[in-house]
Ligand binder design. Sequence first.
Ligand SMILES: C[S@@+](CC[C@H](N)C(=O)[O-])C[C@H]1O[C@@H](n2cnc3c(N)ncnc32)[C@H](O)[C@@H]1O
Length: 399
Amino acid sequence: MSVREQIEREIRQRGPMPFSRYMQICLYDPAHGYYSHNAEQFGKAGDFYTSSDVHAVFGRLLARQFDEIWQALDRPPQIEILELGPGRGLFARDVLDWSNKKFPGFYAALTYTLQESSPALQAKLRDSLRDHIGTGRTRVPEERPSLAQRFSAGEGGKDDQVPEGRPSGPSRTLTPETPLIVFANEFFDALPVEILSTHGKLHIALENNRLCETWLPPLAEEMEFLDRYSVHPEPGERIEVPILTQNWIQQIAHAIPSGVLLMIDYGYTRNQQLAGRHRGTLMAFRQHSASPDPYQAPGEQDLTAHVNFTALAAACAQSGMQVEKLRTQSQFLMGLGEKNQFADAFEDCRIPQERAKVALQLKHLVTPVGMGENFQVLIASRAIAPVKMTSLSGLSFGN
Ligand SMILES: C[S@@+](CC[C@H](N)C(=O)[O-])C[C@H]1O[C@@H](n2cnc3c(N)ncnc32)[C@H](O)[C@@H]1O
């Protein structure tokens, strides 16, 4: 059954579906969802590229940051990195290779867990990381829906209608007391959102066998989210409400006994929304072109919404984590690279032409016209002295 047929069947059986459910089926339907059925979304030949597709220096600089975090935790004998939504695993490979080469103490303590819901991408990860998996230090657990997932699958959902591969929170592989770094790059912007307008909450219905939009009353929880962390839509606006992301962040915060959450994503703050920006950020991507129409090709195009950093930071703070001031990717990478003039980027270059190419790639990651200003970095920690956190290289640029 195609994604469209699956959506239509569910609407016939259960009535209009909330937009988050539509987005979930489009992206994560186990057979035909955008992320489930193929593993070729990334890079030049795919629909979009992420920082790890640009150059290995992204993972190498982050390896440097993870090593410093391990030191700030007083070099525990074991530490776990849990990467959420690793995609095809380029980042993990770069971090593991560089840590092995440059930070042997940290590497010896490290277990790297990759939590990926797409079966196609899981298979790709197991193949591309087989050397590291062979050492027993790298793990790609199979995702199976838990009871909590079934429950969270939504408004009246029955077991047989729950798409697999949508875990309801982080699943680490070491014991809960082991220090943990949770890392997520462009993960939260791929989670389903609700959409609210002055007419109510967006649902998808069927009219004359065609998908159409209809508006129903929102839940109290969704209105409360707007009151606290976002803005109420003006006529003509559509504002996203990322309730699922809030649930994820709460669970992640609880899962970190000591350690750090480090997430990088497109996003905005409530103040920016109050100033009139980012008031509706849902986009569809296909073959590197963006479209505001999420209904064009269900299951064939990526759907994404910017993250609300005000809400994410609040959820971390409410769980007792120390939250650092938001940094742009540019500030963060400059802090990590400036001490050794980005030697991590140029180490493999043998000839000037190679250096010139890498310099361009680095520029793309760091400068405002590239990815440097569009992406922001949220860091929250638990059980690390504030002074140790603020002296991390990634947080030191401009201090
Ligand atoms: C936009 S991609 C980012 C991939 C990668 N982090 C990168 O930077 O290249 C989002 C990834 O999150 C994965 N994903 C989405 N929801 C997930 C979930 N609930 N559990 C695990 N992975 C998930 C998708 O399958 C996809 O690989």
